[in-house]
Write a protein that binds this ligand. Structure first.
Ligand code: FAD
Length: 303
């Protein structure tokens, strides 16, 4: 039996594993190799790791965990999780079944990209969703914003911080009100309503938008407002749902760290992992103290 099973070895899961390992806890970490930033060529905005390839970050994280022999990492999917009394039973894709006293889900989320040809291919390579992560590299260059939903134009205004050459592509007739149109006009943000046929570029990077009328628009990068799907399948299996307001544990013994619950950054996920590891350790310590107190009482009664 493990003290804690962590599902997901992204920044959140690995950071929790490190802290729990340092607390002398027995930990099992499992991961199926689908991190959210798998498409990204470089992560930014995390001190000491700015510009690092995300896969290298995870490799380093796993390497630094090697000396904690009380932490085991497996490359496999957690396919099922159940609660029985005070314990959790987790079934892994490699066929093994494990129990633990606490469960930390650091399963991240999936980004849903528009179904435009070339979009998935260039996501992370000139097609981005987060200005804080990727806009500095394309600052002062021609940028496009894809806005297909109400409020999507906010991203265009946000990007003015990084470039004055911005166009707004609505991929069909826009629904913008006169106030927004005036504001876009004031900032020289041109609107392109023609539907997008596909995105094109080099082997490595996005370079241009091709519209259905055959016209093209060269841009250094395209930003879009991403939609997320949290990876909560295991929570469903445990019969739990996400609370309306932030709380940890979200149910007795069940904790959530990183993007799956609240953060959207590598640094935030790392901080979340540490914070929750300490919280889990304290909860386990409390349980152990109560148990030893009960044992002591039983012992005193017996003698
Ligand atoms: C294109 C792109 C660029 C980005 N750039 C930056 C950046 O520059 N700077 C920045 O701070 N942030 C950036 N981010 C955001 C960053 O990737 C996330 O905030 C961060 O990865 C969240 O870490 P996490 O540990 O919560 O989740 P993840 O890194 O997504 O890790 C979750 C892990 O859980 C695993 N998993 C899920 N379900 C299971 C299961 N059932 N069994 C086993 N394993 C499972 C997955 O395989 C995955 O490895 C970027 C995101 C994208 C999409």
């Amino acid at each position: 039996m493990f003290d804690v099973i962590i599902i997901g070895a992204g920044p959140a899961g690995l950071s929790a594993a490190l802290m729990l390992g340092r607390c002398c806890r027995s930990v099992l970490v499992c991961d199926n190799g689908q991190p959210r930033n798998i498409v990204s060529h470089a992560m930014h905005g995390f001190l000491t790791c700015d510009g690092m390839v995300p896969a290298e970050f995870r490799r380093l994280g796993q390497e630094q965990l090697q000396k904690y022999t009380n932490v085991e990492i497996r490359s496999t999917t957690a396919i099922d999780a159940r609660r029985t009394d005070d314990l959790f039973t987790v079934t892994l894709g490699d066929g093994s079944i494990h129990t633990a006293r606490a469960l930390l889900l650091a399963t991240g989320l999936k980004d849903v990209t528009p179904s435009i040809e070339g979009f998935r291919r260039y996501y992370g390579a000139g097609v981005f969703s987060c200005p804080y992560c990727d806009a500095w590299e394309v600052r002062d260059q021609p940028l496009a914003v894809l806005s297909q939903r109400a409020g999507g134009e906010a991203l265009a205004f946000q990007l003015l911080q990084w470039s004055r050459d911005i166009v707004l592509c609505t991929n069909g007739p826009h629904q913008l009100n006169s106030e927004t149109l005036a504001l876009l006009n004031q900032h020289n943000i041109q609107i392109y309503e023609t539907p997008i046929a596909r995105l094109e570029g080099s082997e490595q990077c996005f370079e241009r938008i091709v519209f259905t009328d055959g016209s093209t628009l060269a841009r250094a990068a395209l930003f879009f407002q991403v939609q997320h799907v949290r990876r909560l399948e295991l929570l469903d299996k445990l019969g739990c749902s996400l609370p309306d307001t932030y709380q940890q544990p979200i149910a007795p013994g069940i904790y959530l760290a990183g993007d799956v619950y609240r953060t959207r950054w590598v640094s935030g996920a790392v901080a979340d992992g540490v914070e929750l590891a300490v919280m889990i350790n304290i909860e386990l310590q409390k349980e152990e103290l109560v148990r030893s107190y009960q044992t002591l009482k039983a012992f005193n009664r017996a003698i």
